[in-house]
Design a protein around this ligand. Structure first.
Ligand code: HEC
Length: 176
């Protein structure tokens, strides 16, 4: 009994402590903010940056080295974020297009084959016509990975036997 009473007291007291920061005076998003003269929440001051903005800007400006790991990552992200519309091969006939989304230009169209890498990066960042921006879902480094994978897709239809390293060529030639 001697032990139980303080334990019970502690349990009751601690239960009362479960007041986290949800319970406090604060503005909900888009709620009226009478503290300010305009009555609405302010824009951030000029020059304010999100915590990870610097890092993201650096990643956007500096493309990562082309490695097999980068291509793998690009393949993975492309399958998730792009293939639903652009199709696994980049022809512009993904599942969503089959259900009514406007059909994007094929990545194998000569205009897109000759477009530079930055164009693809920019389309992912800013969107393009009916396609919305993927900036919030695909980090800059992953955008470069996707661009590398799209280049591989394009090359896959235009490469000649001379592009294959000599060591692997005989393997290809032996294929039926
Ligand atoms: C919800 C469907 C959808 C998804 C998902 C999507 N796109 Fe698109 N994309 C489109 C459509 C539609 C267009 C054509 C827009 C237009 O011409 O108005 C387009 C156009 C493009 C173009 C061609 C721009 C040009 O110069 O013609 C590129 C490159 C592109 N998308 C890349 C991507 C990449 C990379 C991803 C993945 C990160 C992606 N898209 C995801 C629908 C999509």
């Amino acid at each position: 009994m001697k032990v139980i009473v303080p334990l019970l007291l502690a349990a009751v007291t601690l239960a009362g402590c479960d007041q986290n920061m949800e319970v406090q005076p604060k503005y909900d998003a888009y709620a009226k903010a009478p503290l300010f003269r305009s009555g609405v929440l302010r824009d951030p001051p000029a020059g304010a940056m999100a915590r990870d903005a610097l890092e993201k800007n650096q990643d956007a400006a500096q493309r990562p080295a082309l490695t097999a790991a980068l291509l793998d990552r690009g393949h993975d992200r492309f399958a998730i974020y792009c293939s639903p519309c652009h199709g696994a091969g980049g022809d512009g006939n993904g599942r969503i297009v089959q259900r009514g989304m406007p059909s994007p230009t094929s990545y194998h169209d000569p205009r897109l084959v000759s477009a530079d890498d930055q164009h693809f990066f920019d389309v992912i960042t800013n969107g393009y016509g009916a396609m919305y921006s993927y900036a919030s879902r695909v980090a800059p480094r992953d955008r470069w990975a996707i661009v590398a994978y799209i280049r591989a897709l394009q090359l896959s239809r235009r490469a000649s036997l001379d592009d294959v390293p000599a060591a692997q060529r005989s393997r290809l030639e032996a294929m039926p």
